[in-house]
Ligand binder design. Structure first.
Ligand code: ATP
Ligand code: MG
Length: 249
């Protein structure tokens, strides 16, 4: 990562439209064997273009989180190929994958996952440290401030998670995910723990990220949010049942 890029609030070079960021072929994640096998996803073929806002929907247990974890490099497939941002990540070893993830992916969790003893700014700065960018303290600090500004929390830098509402904590979670300028942001039910107004505010921020060139994949049970995405991937029983692509957001 170019550390100077940390200070800009948008990706330095907006990606060309229509080029694939994610290409999955026959992607499968199974736990256990034989009769005891638990299928997370099976035989998934999927393409996601750069700069898209992508919703993943489907019933509970249909494989949404499994797919999200695979494309975010949190988990590895049992078989199949997975290219993200030009790299075959299905073949990576665990430690190699962790390093790759720190530089290329921002992750947003349903229940925020902020460290409770760190302030909003420190939570965001930590993501830069863990990304291995080598950015110094001052640069980390100003990049964290810029990211908090971008999610509308410029005045919240010194607050602890317990001093913030759920919606505010999730916006810190998004600032943390985007501060390293990742090519991909994966959010697993980012609005699931929020009321409608806060959920909408979080969704607007994710939409804005995609409009400035990031690729955002979000898992949701909210069909109204899914309808506003560029691409909606509908999952059933570990497979992709259908993909809807909308133009001209
Ligand atoms: N670590 C694991 N070990 C065994 N089976 C697992 C594991 N993780 C997920 N599964 C199984 O994989 C299937 C898909 O789970 P997943 O969490 O991806 O569903 P989901 O679509 O995200 O559901 P929800 O909407 O409830 O979050 C389920 O049958 C689940 O039990
Ligand atoms: Mg899930």
């Amino acid at each position: 990562m170019d550390t100077t890029a940390l200070l800009s609030t948008a990706p330095t070079a907006p990606p060309a439209a229509g080029t694939a960021l994610i290409e999955a072929h026959d992607l499968t994640r199974i736990w256990g064997k034989g009769d005891a096998a638990q299928i997370g996803v099976s035989g998934v073929d999927l393409r996601i273009d750069r700069g898209e806002l992508v919703a993943v929907i489907g019933p509970s247990g249909s494989g949404k989180s499994t797919l999200g974890a695979l494309i975010a490099g949190i988990d590895r497939p049992t078989s199949g190929s997975l290219v993200v941002d030009g790299t075959r990540i299905d073949r990576m070893k665990v430690d190699q994958l962790a390093g790759w993830r720190g530089q290329h992916v921002g992750i947003v969790f349903q229940d925020f996952h902020l460290l409770p003893t760190l302030t909003a700014a420190e939570n965001v700065e930590l993501a830069i440290e863990l990304s291995g960018s080598g950015a110094g303290r001052r640069l980390r600090r100003s990049a964290a401030r810029a990211a908090l500004d971008r999610v509308g929390l410029g005045g919240y830098a010194r607050k602890l998670p317990a001093q913030m509402s759920g919606g505010e904590q999730q916006r810190v979670g998004i600032a943390r995910a985007m501060v390293t300028q990742p090519s991909l942001v994966v959010a697993d039910e980012p609005t699931g723990a929020l009321d409608q107004a806060n959920g909408h505010a979080v969704f607007e921020i994710l939409t804005g990220l995609a409009q400035t060139g990031s690729t955002v994949v979000f898992i949701t049970h909210d069909l109204a949010l899914a309808d506003a995405a560029d691409r909606t991937v509908s999952m059933i029983d570990g497979g992709v049942a259908s993909v809807t692509v909308r133009g001209g957001r």
